[in-house]
Design a binder for this molecule. Structure first.
Ligand code: HEM
Ligand code: HEM
Length: 186
């Protein structure tokens, strides 16, 4: 392959540095928040340090939400590159659908968690320093509903993100195309 052609193609298809940075920051924040959530979900009511896991889960979740909002602004300002020409039509549609589902779920996860905490009647004090306003009041029945909603939203998020990761690895290791490289730093 002619070196100039390769450089042109690479420049054409890359995600912007801001999009790459926000993709990996948000991924990291979501993995941290979900891990803390799964750990606290397994702790018995009387476990020592349970409140700490709750607090950190909430703080990470709120921080993830802020990063997600920044990511959406970046996406509006710097449009993603077009699909690679090597992807078949069905794969393009699948990738589009997966990405749309991920955006929807990653916005719904922190919002449902925040409303859940409000319904529990527990104020969220970010990093123990910044009290955040309650959007809705305490309500036991609504709390139980939101608990289930938050749980299922997160199971769906983990399942779709798992599919997304497997697809990215397949492109990189089996198809050996530029899919993962164009979402990497450099
Ligand atoms: C950013 C995304 C978030 C993810 C991926 C996430 C994920 C999870 C997961 C996996 C659980 C465990 C459920 C279980 O196994 O029982 C959980 C529970 C919980 N989350 Fe989140 N969460 C997020 C954001 C938030 C936020 C922002 C808050 C509140 C400010 C929050 C509040 C809670 C609470 C109170 C529980 C405990 C529910 C219960 O079992 O009583 N979450 N979360
Ligand atoms: C090891 C973990 C991950 C890998 C290897 C990975 C890889 C990738 C790659 C290669 C792309 C670009 C696809 C393309 O060219 O169209 C991408 C895009 C995307 N990723 Fe990930 N990703 C990971 C984790 C996550 C997580 C945890 C989330 C959110 C839950 C996420 C959400 C997205 C979204 C929404 C896009 C679409 C970007 C756009 O075009 O607007 N990713 N990812």
């Amino acid at each position: 392959m002619n070196i100039d052609t390769r450089m042109d193609t690479t420049a054409l298809v890359r995600y912007s540095s801001a999009a790459v940075l926000m993709h990996w920051l948000v991924a990291l924040a979501l993995v941290g928040t979900a891990s803390a959530g799964l750990i606290l979900g397994d702790l018995p009511e009387e476990a020592v340090g349970r409140q700490g896991w709750f607090d950190w889960h909430r703080w990470l979740g709120v921080s993830a939400f802020v990063l997600i909002l920044v990511r959406l602004v970046v996406r509006a300002l710097r449009r993603p590159p077009p699909a690679l020409v090597s992807w078949p039509r069905t794969q393009r549609l699948l990738a589009h659908g997966t990405h749309a589902a991920l955006y929807l779920l990653m916005v719904a996860a922190p919002i449902s968690g925040y409303l859940l905490s409000n319904r529990m009647g527990e104020e969220v004090i970010l990093f123990g320093a910044l009290p955040l306003p309650s959007v809705v009041g305490a309500d036991h029945a609504q709390m139980q509903l939101l608990e289930r909603f938050h749980l299922w939203i997160n199971y769906a998020l983990m399942a779709v993100a798992g599919l997304h990761i497997v697809a990215a690895l397949k492109h990189h290791l089996v198809d050996r195309d530029a899919t993962l490289r164009r979402m990497w730093f450099g």
